[in-house]
Design a protein around this ligand. Sequence first.
Ligand code: DX5
Ligand code: ZN
Length: 218
Amino acid sequence: AFDARINPSILAADFVNMQAELARIAAADFVHVDVMDNHFVPNLTFGPQMVERIQATSPVPLDVHLMIDDPDRWAPGYAELGAASVTFHLEAAAEPVALARRLRAIGARAGVAVKPATAVEGLFDMLDDFDQILIMTVEPGFGGQSFMPETMPKLRRLRDEAQRRGAQVWLQVDGGIAPSTIAQAAEAGADTFVAGSAVFGADDPEQAIRALRSTVAS
Ligand code: DX5
Ligand code: ZN
């Protein structure tokens, strides 16, 4: 059986009603928490103080996606506050393998993300150091953008290489994931799906999560 993880992104939630918004997605596998710093991406969300409150409030474990410069400095703090997984961008990290090992030592799943234009081949020798890899399916920075199908060959190459090496790594997609796009991402090898507007834009977020999951589950 293929179990698909659905991680709603609270970037699409109402930030001033976060506790109620978190309660609406109790059926999720993880809550995807987008941290942006106005430097790595042209948008700004929140930092560790807010994530600490989300951690204390959420019934679901946190999947933190850091779209920030200098993750070598900042990422361990998110692991220390209890996030289940911490994903930083390959493009921003000085020493990605060393950072992944620090995250694991603190007790978090270690994740690395790549933007649409970044090749995945550079990750092949690091597969054992990561628990999850995030293939961005839009340019990071904003919710509500269109899924980029041209990122799928990269996802396939990564899945094939992970299989060849027997690596137990989760493959995540983020950006434009909806009922109309999730099947092609699953077919290309994704097993973990971030969805912002498709979940929080629905009248019934729990139902939207179940619908996404049943589209790809087998
Ligand atoms: C974009 C963020 C995504 C975003 C996805 O940079 O990393 O997590 O919330 O939003 P949707 O699902 O609306 O494309
Ligand atoms: Zn994200």
